[in-house]
Design a protein around this ligand. Structure first.
Ligand SMILES: [Fe+2]
Length: 408
């Protein structure tokens, strides 16, 4: 797209994203400090003068190499005004400024801003909670294809994780380290006090119930740190145990249900703080926060709950009865089969899930009956969102997506 843009004589724009021109500019005009724009398809926008000035694709304003901004806010003249606007033969917005200099602006870049395509949720499909979607099986994809760089399969897997909070890959090698190779397809491996990766096996000197044959109630990992890892990957190397099935629970569906049936319990979950600590001999990690964090839209954005590491309350004594009642309700609702998917591990399976949404656990297993070895690691959510945007960017660059899919 950049090549075709320069052939047509359109200016560059800040960033390396692909912004199809879509509908051409129909009319432009100056309105005081603002520039009014209308596209042929009727879309209209007003752009603030200093906004257009600091986003010019010119040396000293935007680096042509890094595409990052160079000009400081203090470098924009205080009395700056656009004085004239026009559209040139290439379709670019052309402005004359009170400082005497002209500037040109990419119409597709202007349109992407008008359409809000610069916002973090861009290219991130909306979530569907399991209670609403009726999800009963893990969305499953070809693991070998993801490792081989198949864009379609990779995009589908990332989309499932964004929408449902979980996606499984099957048919992966059972070589140790495969989980890291898959994680690096997503982004940067998030190391923790368990290392870059961790072994879910029975360990004689363990620091977690995970490294035993105990059953694990649905929980999130690393609730003991300020930033919980956003994604967890678990890869099955060996499993000959007939038991020890994995239990996955859509925590956001559970929160929805608590909110619907018991608003007081929901209020307790979103306001009363618990300390999670790791109870280790060599580190002392602690974090205090309510069980449910709400996003700016008032919807649950992260759950922080782990029976194993939930330590002591950080609230007034009089709040304890409703805090404990709310916890009991969550663990009861988490047992509802509408919100739960139980699966047996097959060697070569890898499950990636949103750690702060999908509560993971397992049934007890008997180590006398077989061997069980999972390898896991973490990646932050930002990398998933970035992958989804990059998949779409590459499709646009290859011309395999319609411009309007990108908002024109
Ligand atoms: Fe865990």
């Amino acid at each position: 797209m950049e090549r075709s843009a320069s052939r047509l004589g359109l200016p560059g724009h800040p960033g390396f994203e692909v912004h199809p021109v879509g509908s051409p500019l129909a009319s432009v005009g100056v309105e005081g400090e603002w520039v009014a724009v209308r596209w042929v398809d009727g879309l209209e926008a007003r752009f603030f003068g200093p906004f257009l000035y600091e986003n010019r694709f010119e040396p000293g304003i935007t680096s042509p190499d890094t595409r990052q901004r160079e000009v400081e806010p203090s470098g924009v003249p205080a009395d700056l005004r656009p004085v004239e606007a026009s559209v040139d033969g290439a379709g670019a917005l052309v402005l004359a400024w009170s400082t005497g200099e002209p500037s040109r602006h990419h119409p597709g870049w202007l349109r992407h801003y008008r359409r809000g395509r610069h916002l973090p949720q861009d290219a991130v499909p909306p979530m569907r909670h399991w209670a609403e979607s009726g999800l009963t099986e893990l969305p499953t994809f070809d693991g070998a294809a993801v490792l081989a760089g198949d864009e379609e399969v990779f995009g589908g897997w990332c989309t499932a994780i964004a929408v449902h909070g979980i996606g499984r890959l099957e048919g992966l090698p059972t070589e140790p380290g495969t989980v890291l190779a898959v994680a690096e397809r997503l982004g940067v491996v998030r190391a923790t006090h368990f290392g870059r990766s961790f072994e879910v096996v029975i360990a004689p000197e363990n620091e977690s119930n995970a490294y035993t044959s105990l059953p694990l109630a649905p929980h999130v990992d690393i609730a003991t740190r300020e930033h919980q890892p956003g994604l967890q990957l678990l890869h099955c190397l060996v499993n000959t145990c007939p038991d020890g099935r994995s239990t996955m629970v859509d925590g956001f569906s559970v929160v929805d249900e608590v909110r619907r049936t018991d608003p007081d319990a929901f209020e307790a979950l979103t306001t009363l703080r618990w300390v999670h600590s790791n109870r280790s001999t060599v580190t002392d990690l602690r974090w205090s926060e309510p069980v449910v964090r709400l996003g700016s839209d008032g919807e649950p954005s992260e759950i922080r709950l782990s029976t194993g590491t939930r330590a002591l309350p950080d609230m007034a004594d009089e709040d304890l009865p409703r805090a404990y009642r709310a916890l009991r309700l969550v663990s009861e609702v988490a047992g509802d089969p509408r919100f739960r998917i139980t699966t047996a591990w097959r060697p070569g399976d890898l499950v990636c899930f949103r750690n702060g949404r999908v509560l993971h656990g397992r049934e007890r297993f008997d180590p006398a009956l077989g061997e069980r070895h999972l390898q896991g690691c973490y990646v932050d959510l930002d990398d998933l969102w970035s992958c989804l945007r990059m998949v779409r960017r590459r499709r646009l660059a290859a011309g395999s997506a319609e411009p309007e899919e990108n908002g024109g």
